[in-house]
Design a protein around this ligand. Sequence first.
Ligand SMILES: [Mn+2]
Length: 342
Amino acid sequence: MKIPELQKRLRAEKIDAAVFMGNDPHFRYLAEVNENPEYGWLIVHARRGPVIYIPGFEAPRFRKMTSIAVKEPKEGMFRGVKTLGIVNEYFTIANSKWKPVKGIKRKDISKIMLELRRVKTAKELRIIQEACKLTDEIFEKTFRRFKTFKREQDAKIFMENLARETGGTSFPTIVGSGKNGALPHYQGNEKLRKGFCVIDYGVFYKGYCSDVTRTIYLGKPSKKEKEMYDAVRRAQQIGIDAVRAGVEAASVDAAVRYDLGKLNKYFIHGLGHQVGVDVHEGSDISLSRNSKGTLEKNMVVTVEPGLYFRGKYGIRIEDDVVVQDGPAKVLSKATKNLVIVR
Ligand SMILES: [Mn+2]
């Protein structure tokens, strides 16, 4: 429960209350519910209990999900509030014209929220670990089934269907075969090409995301291709080994690039990012060369080096790991031995 910590921060900043709109992931995060309401908001008061305001027809459902008081919207919700914390990104222009907040001074609390979300509670870690376990199982099922797929999206649809029962996927699945794998965010649907096939996939589970990539091979890899795969796998392990509480986030990216040596020029994106209620969380600290800040215990980050040879193929391996005082705990465990589909 992060609300008491938020209240402490609000008091320190002399903010009387914070409001989170229904579409804001912080709503789920703070209320500890799996979904956002279509319409409604959460008010966290600095000095009294939080309240969710939601229309009557939605209220019973949310009452079952949270211990926070759920009430119907009414006048005077912000009585006594002189300074109101908002999250700029979700407090849109329409909201700023919203009558109940008229005349109340507003202060952006995005930074406070980023800081709160950065370090995960034991409960959050448990949920993300479960999300990763589901992801592993879906990867294994997909590998076994791969021979039957004709097009890239046959694999994508198969995987996304398996995620339906748990809450869906955390982002659009990427399946890029052959030269398409050289485009990190490829979303096409070509006939599956021989060679490497990059599969980037994650589930949305109890309000949290997983984000895992495996690269498999369709056909028979050459010696050179196997070497490239091994280079990515080794670099990824070096990245995981470098993740530790207290280290500069940027230094983890640097360690991987150093290991890749001449191949580094084919590694065209950052090494990783935080993950949580959002799949790309907390842009303030990431495993990339321009990131400032250090890793803290119980942050969850991805480690995802890749090599991209334009017009030829791509390889990426991505795991979700928990930052610890000692070696990072790897949550995603789908095999990293090169899966070969013939
Ligand atoms: Mn990722």
